[in-house]
Design a protein around this ligand. Structure first.
Ligand code: C5P
Length: 296
């Protein structure tokens, strides 16, 4: 199945909690850039999980393996599971690729084993794998996300958002380090605690993107990537009806617009700055075209 990436149009982050996580409020949007996850099972008497990344080196802390093992713990399944993943979503990009892959594993296993768990149990497993996993198990391709990522309010997903994703070459951002950096900056009073009310965040989503006042608290602690993002912000301000932001803790920057020629307009401008980036054309997903089925 396809495991779609997400964008964060808005991300405000509260203080560090006693469990080390941060409460946040964010607007999440699934997009049509995706990994492909497949699972085959060989009946056995003991659980085993193998993961093959088709076009990337295997990563040490694999979210898919973790998800499969937790699912097996809860359900008591004891087969040999072989997971294959074709990666297209850049890693350490703030696009939720690892979380979406893990959610795809949980959805595939649910189906494979005849839906043995309640949706809430599946979401609880997802939250153990990563804070962004519940969103990918949810009902909507767009949501207002709170708590540490597990409190979801579905939004009527827009069908008219075209976009461009800019991924700086050879640069990834660790989410954990980004949160640490933000905490340090806050201790030195360099980044204020600010937010927009939930009602306003939600209603803004339906408005023209040029009117969006979304922001991302990580933007203040992006270090060496800041000059590139400043340049991209300037380009966005010159485009008609466009909104641009860093997604999650970076390093990807996204631009969205209801103007489907956005990619063309943007590429010409970005070529002029000669930045070392990969550019992807993207589109917002809505339920009908997401290929994501949550029928538990
Ligand atoms: O949940 P996940 O494993 O994706 O998070 C990675 C790291 O990001 C956590 O270990 C934590 O340091 C930080 N984090 C946080 N608050 C959140 C989500 C993540 O502090 N809401």
């Amino acid at each position: 199945m396809e495991a779609p990436a997400k964008l964060n149009f808005h991300l405000s982050i509260g203080p560090r909690r006693s469990d080390g996580y941060h409460d946040l409020i964010s607007i999440f949007q699934m997009i049509d850039l995706s990994d492909t996850v497949q699972i085959t099972r060989t009946p056995g008497s003991r659980i085993s999980v193998s993961v093959v990344m088709e076009n990337f080196e295997s990563i040490e802390e694999n979210t898919m393996e973790k998800a499969a093992r937790l699912f097996a713990d809860v359900t008591g399944i004891a087969d040999a599971l072989s997971i294959r993943c074709k990666k297209r979503i850049p890693m350490q990009a703030g696009l939720g690729g690892g979380s979406s892959d893990a959610a795809a594993v949980l959805l595939l296993l649910s189906k494979l084993y005849g839906y043995p768990l309640q949706r809430s149990e599946l979401i609880a497993i997802g939250a153990k794998v990563g804070s962004d996993v519940p969103f990918f198990l949810g009902d909507s391709t767009a949501a207002c996300v709170e708590g540490r990522g597990e409190v979801l309010t579905a939004l009527e997903a827009r069908t008219d958002l075209y976009g461009v994703l800019i991924m700086p070459e050879g640069v990834g951002v660790s989410t954990r380090e980004a949160f640490g950096e933000l905490d340090r900056a806050r201790l030195q009073n360099k980044v204020p605690l600010r937010t927009i009310g939930k009602g306003q965040l939600v209603s803004m989503y339906a408005q023209p993107v040029a009117e969006w006042r979304y922001f991302n608290d990580f933007r203040a602690v992006m270090g060496p990537l800041s000059p590139l993002y400043d340049t991209l912000d300037t380009i966005v301000s010159e485009l008609p009806d466009a909104f641009g932001t860093v997604s999650g803790s970076g390093a990807a920057y996204c631009i969205v617009s209801a103007e489907h020629r956005i990619s063309e307009l943007f590429r010409t401008k970005v070529e002029k700055i000669g930045a070392n980036v990969t550019i992807f054309d993207i589109k917002s997903l809505h339920r009908a075209d997401s290929g994501v089925t949550v029928s538990l």
